[in-house]
Design a protein around this ligand. Structure first.
Ligand code: URA
Length: 248
């Protein structure tokens, strides 16, 4: 098989100039990226690099300590998941999956999961480092939910949610909880336990009737219709990366 023609800035082993990778990530203008490199803020596998350094798809590129994917085909989609769609790549029972609601190539996987009946925002990516940070509890990314619940929500129930609720797998961390309107709670948590919001609401006496995730860290999109997805913009990706920056 003949070798692919070499692209400017790219070598046949898939390694590219650091400036080219930075331009793709979309941190700023070419000039701004050059300044980042000259100021010693760009590292490859932990080592500060100079302009012209080569980066491969398996290298770890970081700017100011924030790790970015170097894959040329890195993509992250935001999906508004409808109820009745499973958050897996394939379902043995043949139910519709979230993977069918995003472009087939390049292959992506869901970041965390939403229950079958939960609606709302879900990220799908092929960037393993980003997915790890978004799901690992130590990075504590906030997730906001709107929960339609049974019963009249008392101040006591709200206080209990804010202080942390005792569940069968241990107490939850304090949540942000407010009443948007009668029967509609806005809850913000940064853990990701199985059916956590449903179990928290149930524990304070208000079973969930409908659950919608409305925000993941800085990412929200009230205009994205159920069943539709779109790639994150460079700016959103940047905000998301910043939100999961290791605490120093
Ligand atoms: N909490 C739940 O109970 N269900 C979800 O799908 C997400 C969070």
């Amino acid at each position: 098989m003949s070798a692919m023609p070499e692209q400017p800035g790219q070598e046949t082993d898939g390694r590219e100039r650091v400036q080219k990778v930075l331009a793709r990530i979309g941190l700023g203008s070419r000039r701004a990226n050059e300044i980042l490199v000259r100021e010693g803020r760009v590292r490859v596998n932990g080592t500060v690099v100079e302009l012209g350094a080569r980066v491969g798809p398996d290298d770890e590129l970081s700017v100011d300590g924030v790790v970015y994917s170097t894959r040329p085909d890195a993509v992250t989609y935001l999906l508004n998941k409808p109820a009745g769609v499973v958050t897996t790549a394939a379902d043995p029972q043949g139910r519709p999956t979230v993977i069918e609601l995003v472009p087939a190539e390049p292959r992506v996987f869901p970041v965390g999961r939403l229950d079958l009946d939960t609606e709302g925002l879900l990220l799908l990516t092929n960037d393993g480092a980003l997915a790890h940070r978004l799901t690992h509890p130590s990075f504590g990314i906030e997730k906001e939910y709107l929960a339609e619940v049974e019963g009249k929500v008392s101040r006591r129930a709200l206080r209990a949610l804010r202080e942390g609720v005792e569940l069968d797998d241990g107490p939850t961390s304090p949540a942000k909880a407010s009443l948007v309107e009668p029967g509609l709670l806005r809850l913000t948590i940064h853990e990701g336990r199985n059916r956590q919001v449903r179990r928290m609401c149930e524990a304070v006496g208000h079973p969930v009737v409908r659950l919608v995730r409305s925000r993941i860290g800085p990412i929200t999109d009230p205009k994205l219709k159920p069943g539709f997805s779109r790639p994150l913009s460079g700016d959103e990706l940047l905000q998301l990366q910043r939100a999961v920056e290791p605490r120093r």
